[in-house]
Design a protein around this ligand. Structure first.
Ligand SMILES: Nc1ncnc2c1ncn2[C@@H]1O[C@H](COP(=O)(O)OP(=O)(O)OP(=O)(O)O)[C@@H](O)[C@H]1O
Length: 304
């Protein structure tokens, strides 16, 4: 569990994190969203004791990070996958971390295997690693102490489809084991597939702290995807019934207002065929973009 209370960080007159209060709970993946410069990395650094709050506090497993007796056994993190000395092998890097944290050497082999780094690769210098291999090594380091809490800043950055899928499945299985998983990403489609819960910040302040489902449903009206071989007749009918009808990029209509049942009945009453009738919600990306726009407009209004 991660608990932040009134967490604030100022750099000179710049407030990077502004009175954040939130709890990241175990057993689920919590996504951390916000535009560039919103304060996500600063928040994660504060959780990990890499920076000290100007005011407020944050605890991991009930204690501030500096008070943890065995930090790597409590919280594993991936902030910057390039933070490994390139001249060392992956194995030596992990063995050094294990020795410094009283973690048995056999755990190094276990985590290397669990992240899919084979022994011959693990003995090579990190300098020659691809981005994906470097990311796997960073995650191996995060898992080394078998921690209850994992914090990952942009773990899928630059990875290919296979690497992205691997991270998604790993995060979900770690949460299913009852761990606390907190991760940031700018890839909304990926976040939508990975996270159960969302914490959204803007300009250092909390904008939303809710389940993925509630976030999407509460900020977007439901709609229905509709296709018909008589599209213009159907459109006229729907608009006459008060629906808002938009063309989708895939062709067909996106209909807001009447639900799928009402649309189906209307089409049948007028003898129109339907080739698709799919109840749908907006994507996380659409909801998030709309929320960010509302926030920007609100701030512009407030500044007038
Ligand atoms: N050490 C620092 N000194 C001065 N300002 C800083 C420092 N670290 C962060 N900031 C500022 O604090 C704000 C928040 O930065 P932060 O990196 O936490 O945002 P972020 O949400 O992680 O952004 P991104 O998505 O681009 O990684 C930014 O305006 C940044 O310029």
């Amino acid at each position: 569990m991660i608990e932040a209370t009134g967490l604030t960080k100022r750099y000179g007159d710049k407030t990077a994190v502004d009175g954040l209060t939130f709890t990241v709970r175990p057993g689920r993946v919590t996504g951390f969203l916000g535009p560039n410069g919103a304060g996500k990395s600063t928040t994660m650094r504060l959780v990990l004791g890499l920076d000290t709050p100007t005011s407020g506090r944050v605890t991991v497993g009930g204690r501030p990070y500096p008070a943890l007796s065995a930090p790597l056994r409590t919280v594993g993190s991936l902030l910057d996958a390039k933070g490994v000395h390139g001249g060392r092998s992956a194995y030596d890097h992990l063995a050094g971390l294990a020795a410094g944290n009283r973690i048995p050497r056999r755990r190094v082999e276990e985590v290397l295997e669990s992240v899919g780094l084979p022994p011959d690769t693990a003995r090579k210098r990190v300098k020659g690693f691809s981005l994906g291999m470097g990311q796997r090594l960073g995650i191996a380091a995060a898992l080394l102490g078998d921690p209850e809490v994992l914090i990952l800043d942009e773990p899928v950055n630059g990875l290919d489809t296979e690497g992205i899928r691997w991270i998604r499945e790993l995060m979900r299985s770690l949460a299913a084991e009852g761990r606390t998983v907190f991760l940031s990403s700018h890839l909304m489609s990926e976040m939508e597939l990975t996270a159960d819960h969302l914490i959204v910040i803007g300009k250092g302040r909390l904008m939303a702290d809710t389940t993925m489902r509630a976030f999407i449903e509460s900020h977007s009206g439901a709609h229905t995807l509709v296709r018909s071989p008589q599209p213009e007749e159907l459109r006229a009918l729907l608009e006459a019934a008060g629906a808002r009808v938009h063309v989708t990029p895939r062709g067909g209509w996106r209909v807001e207002g009447p639900d799928a049942g009402t649309i189906g009945d209307l089409a049948r009453e007028h003898g129109l065929a339907l080739h698709e009738l799919t109840p749908a919600h907006a994507s996380l990306e659409e909801v998030y973009t709309a929320l960010a726009q509302d926030e920007a407009e609100y701030r512009t209004e407030a500044a007038r």
